[in-house]
Design a protein around this ligand. Sequence first.
Ligand code: GRF
Length: 209
Amino acid sequence: MTRFAVLISGKGSNLRAILDFWANPPIAYPAHLSAPVLVVSNRPGVPGLAVAEAAGVPAQVVDHTAFSSRAAFEEALDATLRRHEVQWLVLAGFMRLLSPEFVRRWAGRMLNTHPALLPAFPGPRGPADAVAAGVKVSGCTVHFVDEGMDTGAIIAQAAVPVLDTDTAESLGSRIRRVEHRIYPKVVAKVLAGQFRVEGRVVHLEGGGP
Ligand code: GRF
């Protein structure tokens, strides 16, 4: 069984989608091969922690403000993950930049969902940047995490229309609805080993989600 942790910083709607999927996986997906064994938030008191608790998944806070350096925070985070024998990391709205050392330690075993069609609009304001640029299509990208900011190999993408009337909030919530649909499926396939990487190209078995 592959043991994975979900890292969050806020609302946890993607965490909820993952937990719902795991509770009731469609037959075509090998979700039974893995289990979310831990949720870690770098912020205390966020709604995502309650989402984990309601599902009976152990939830821990590693509060980055309690540490004097990024290295000390990451050491504590890593120790928590090791204590729970975590093998894979699934980032779901985790809003801390991770150091190259941490990323190297988890290389090839860390996934993220980003609210834009990468490589367009990386960084923390994906929906706002898309609205400001006036693009007509945006979406979400599930990718491996590498040492750059949202630069890892792309695993899956889904597009959503951008309306002339959209704000960052309205576009962000339309994108989140699509993330909730595809992220759990992609996580399930990747954790079950149903993928192959060829340079920058990630092939998911059976195609996209
Ligand atoms: C998602 O849109 C994700 O792409 C981004 O942060 C948002 C997290 O939302 N990285 P939630 O906490 O899962 O509701």
